[in-house]
Design a binder for this molecule. Structure first.
Ligand SMILES: O=C(O)C(=O)C[C@H](O)[C@H](O)CO
Ligand SMILES: [Mg+2]
Length: 403
């Protein structure tokens, strides 16, 4: 029997923090799991090191479901981003090990490939509409079939989701949270012109997406979705905060623009009503924050019953380990929709060499056994943890607001 001999947490910061769990079995097989939770990394690292790792030692490494149930139900305190990111990391590492022992890429263990590759969307952004569209044209020239557009809002000094860099975007920007002002009115005036000009410049053979980052009320989101209908968006993301899943009924009553939500969800319960009432079209949960491969498969299976497709989160604060796991999952799952792909920096890719490759607007996980990703521990050790927080939004009158 292949028992868990050791498990350790590796924290590295090649430009941004990543938390990785490395499990080794009695047969010397290792597996990796991403445990990164942007802005709360040490909470997950501690949850793993202090509370989970001691329980793993000696367990059968192949009993993935049993370990998952033990960690979820055995904790008593269920759900939440810290708990589920820790469980996800264990789950990813055990699936990685199982693939390596079988000599198969993970997607083969999940039922094999259901498609040739995973269509991705890139992030085009800019300080104004012209710069954003110029960036989008660049992505189209590179063969991207789908592009997310985020543009600065006239009258606002900074807009979350709009990078200062053409390619790379790092939302955690300071040792203590920066505060940025928000105006929904100014924002809503700026979005329809962005997509009008985008369609004029990019045409109709590329999918366009947009992320609201929870900054509209349901009725505002309904109006925005309706105003964007002529531009046929692939999706409007995080239109309103989703703790109240029923709020999406209001949006649905007013618009046919497809809706995506879920990157901040961590269990199926966060999405159950949204899926069962078909209040959304895409579920954004991904492997690291959604409880691992084992749990995300359950979410995808429920979603499939209601014609809801996957659209896994794939920002740069999810490590290449999570990206690899999401691609194995996405290649196999029947109701795949799209995979977000914010390219990691060369620094990060050097710490996490991986098999996944981009071609023709699609990512493929590759055919290396397991996840097909490794960690260069010596290089990782050279990048010390550096505390960094996501910003906090306030309205112009000072009220703390959603984002
Ligand atoms: O990638 C997206 O859609 C995002 O919304 C990025 C998130 O804000 C980011 O991952 C938070 O850490
Ligand atoms: Mg988002």
């Amino acid at each position: 029997m292949s028992r868990i001999k050791s498990a350790r947490v590796i924290i590295t910061c090649p430009g941004r923090n990543f938390v990785t769990l490395l499990i080794e079995t009695s047969d010397g097989v290792t597996g990796l799991g991403d445990a990164t939770l942007n802005g709360r990394e040490l909470a997950v690292a501690s949850y793993l090191s202090e509370h989970v790792v001691p329980m793993l030692i000696g367990r059968d490494a192949h009993r993935i479901e049993d370990v998952w149930q033990f960690l979820y139900k055995g904790a008593y305190w269920r759900r939440g981003p810290v708990t589920m990111a820790a469980i996800a990391a264990v789950d990813m590492a055990l699936w990685d090990i199982k693939g390596k022992v079988a000599g198969l890429p993970l997607y083969q263990l999940l039922g094999g490939a259901s498609r040739e590759g995973c269509m991705v969307y890139g992030h085009a952004n800019g300080r104004d509409i012209e710069e954003t569209i110029d960036n989008a044209l660049h992505y189209k020239e590179q063969g991207y079939r789908a592009i997310r557009l985020q543009s600065g809002v006239p009258g606002l000094a900074a807009t979350y989701g709009v990078s200062k860099d053409r390619y790379f975007y790092e939302p955690a920007d300071a040792d203590l949270p920066t505060e940025s002002l928000w105006s929904t009115e100014k924002y809503m005036r700026s979005v329809p012109p962005l997509f009008q000009k985008a369609r004029d410049a990019l045409g109709w053979d590329v999918h366009l997406l947009h992320d609201v980052h929870h900054r509209c009320t349901p009725i505002e989101a309904g109006r925005l979705g309706k105003e964007l209908e002529p531009f046929r968006l692939f999706w409007l993301e995080d239109a309103t905060p989703a703790e109240n899943q029923a709020a999406f009924r209001v949006i649905r009553q007013h618009t046919t623009t497809p809706l995506a939500v879920g990157e901040v969800f961590n269990t199926i319960w966060d999405a159950k009503q949204l899926i069962e009432e078909q209040l959304i079209d895409y579920i954004r949960m991904t492997v690291v924050h959604g409880g691992g491969i084992t749990h995300l498969r359950r979410v995808a299976s429920l979603a499939d019953l209601y014609q809801v497709r996957t659209g896994c989160h794939g920002a740069t604060d999810l490590s290449p380990v999570c990206m690899a796991a999401a691609l194995h999952f996405g290649l196999s799952v029947p109701n795949f929709g799209i995979q977000e792909y914010m390219r990691h920096t060369d620094e990060t890719d050097a710490v996490f060499p991986h098999a996944y490759r981009l071609a023709d607007g699609m990512l493929h996980p590759g055919d290396a056994p397991g996840l097909g990703v490794t960690i260069d521990e010596a290089l990782a050790a050279r990048y010390e943890y550096k505390r960094a927080y996501l910003p906090v939004a306030r309205l112009e009158d000072g009220t703390v607001f959603s984002w």
